[in-house]
Design a protein around this ligand. Sequence first.
Ligand SMILES: [Zn+2]
Length: 64
Amino acid sequence: MAIAIKGCIILEEDEKWGRMTYERVCDNCGYHFDKVHTGIVKSSLNMSYKCPKCGHNQRIEIIG
Ligand SMILES: [Zn+2]
């Protein structure tokens, strides 16, 4: 099961196919991205992006 540690919210998870959809959320200002992302559930996912609202360099961490 995928668990969002920071920078995002897991919206849906398909355990059969190992896929998930998640939404990026800025921890600094609470900005929600309109775009929903699809990812593969694996042991861990680490990446970062720059928030378009506040410029915060937000890390995304998901563990599978
Ligand atoms: Zn922000």
